[in-house]
Design a protein around this ligand. Structure first.
Ligand SMILES: Cc1ncc(COP(=O)(O)O)c(C=O)c1O
Length: 413
């Protein structure tokens, strides 16, 4: 920040390159250098930078009306509602629009306590991430440093992720409901085991404990299906979407069974920016793009290519494995993740990080074979350069190999 003494809080410190332009799956810095964007704003830009469907709707909203309280309707809001009805799971017949993922999680927690009673416990899992607000932090366990110094909700119960035995033996008598990511994102891109999710679903049903599926990262086609839960034989009672659902505009959506959401009185929630016209335009444009551009089948095809190429790249690298689904891919590896992040920047690739040593890829569905090769070539070179940067016990991959549900028969050595 030139000519200013004001400092950013540490959590918002800038990386020392300035991004000045973006188009499709690429961004450019102030020196004119081009990068392939495998991060897309932590998964927001799944439909690509400057998606014409999204831009078109936003421009229309900007030139008509973009300031309106949540309680007033407008044509773009009606259009967003119709679009959302197209992607809502059939059993979820109510919804609310908010602004961030964490906010959606807060509302979902309120729904559970309201529906089952505030003395009941919300079940969450080891290695989870649900956001940074205090309620969301109370059910986040991916890194103790995130929440250890803050007062958290008491009425929660943590269970081990992917542990069918522990789940079978847990009592759900005092449970308000459950929140889960079907592929844990921040925790290291860990998919739920089929049997685990099935057991959880049946247990929720048997105890009338609503199941919240947090698809803020996995939703809206990211994993090759509209919702990641569709890879499994389960259904949520509450579904959370965020990140890419607005095509780049900050917006989150809570879908719920009306039987649950109707318990919440009008005065018990609200948001100044919730369901504003720009958010509505982003959502309407994103959903139009999703169907017109046949996003799902492109993700499936590109995912296969990407995973194959990564498997080739890690063949000679010890302690590396790949997992994930669609275009949400994690590579566990033993070089220092911050070294790999900076090294790849030099090679013209921007990635995301997860857990301690996981390279997380959340590219746009527009990614090409050429882009994928730029990444695999770059990471191979970085691994070679990282020879002197091997991990220590302290920063080694935290997730034990038996929790790594390898969907693609990926090797782990
Ligand atoms: C699964 C999941 N839930 C919730 C959140 C929080 O969303 P936000 O950062 O928009 O508050 C995230 C963000 O990464 C997430 O991945």
């Amino acid at each position: 920040m030139p000519d200013s003494n004001i400092k950013l809080f540490s959590f918002q410190k800038f990386y020392p390159i300035e991004i000045v332009k973006a188009k499709k799956q690429y961004v450019w810095d102030s020196s004119g250098k081009k990068y392939v964007d495998f991060n897309t704003g932590n998964g927001i830009g799944f439909l690509g930078h400057g998606n014409p469907f999204v831009l078109g709707k936003i421009k229309e909203a900007l030139s008509t009306i973009y300031i309106l309280p949540p309680s007033f309707k407008s044509p773009i809001k009606e259009e967003a509602l119709e679009s959302l009805a197209r992607i809502a799971p059939k059993n979820l017949d109510s919804l609310a629009l908010l602004n961030t993922g964490s906010e959606a999680v807060e509302l979902a927690l309120k729904l559970l306590y309201k529906y089952k009673g505030k003395d009941k416990k919300v079940v969450y899992f080891t290695n989870s991430f649900h956001g940074r607000t205090l309620g969301a932090l109370s059910i986040t366990s991916s890194n103790p440093a995130y929440n250890k110094d803050f007062p958290l909700l008491n009425n929660t119960l943590i269970l081990p992720y992917n542990d069918v035995y522990a789940l079978d033996n847990a009592s759900f008598e005092n449970v308000a409901g459950v929140i889960i990511e079907v592929i844990q994102g921040e925790g290291g891109v860990i998919p739920a085991k089929e049997e685990f999710l099935k057991t959880l679903y049946e247990k929720c049903q048997a105890n009338d404990a609503p199941l919240i599926i947090d698809e803020i990262q996995t939703g809206f086609g990211r994993t090759g299906k509209l919702w990641a839960f569709m890879h499994y034989n389960v259904k949520p009672d509450i579904l959370l979407a965020g990140k890419s659902i607005g095509g780049g505009v900050p917006v989150s959506v809570v879908f719920a069974r009306e039987e649950i959401s109707s318990k919440l009185e009008a005065h018990e929630h609200g948001s100044t920016f919730g369901f504003n016209p720009i958010a509505a335009a982003g959502v309407a444009g994103a959903i139009e793009a999703y169907f017109k551009l046949d996003v799902e089948s492109k993700v499936q095809r590109k995912s296969e290519y990407l995973i194959n190429k990564i498997q080739e790249a890690i063949r000679d690298v010890s302690h590396a494995s790949v997992r994930g689904k669609g275009l949400m891919i994690g590579i566990s590896q033993h070089a220092q993740i911050n070294f790999i992040f900076s090294c790849l920047i030099k090679k013209g690739v921007i990635i995301s990080r997860a857990a301690r040593n996981t390279v997380r890829l959340l590219p746009s569905f527009l990614i090409t074979k050429r882009d994928i090769e730029v990444f695999t070539k770059g990471i191979k070179e970085c691994w070679e350069e990282a020879n002197g940067e091997r991990v220590t016990e302290e920063n080694s991959v935290r997730i034990s190999s038996n929790t790594l549900n390898v969907w693609y028969g990926a090797k782990s050595s």
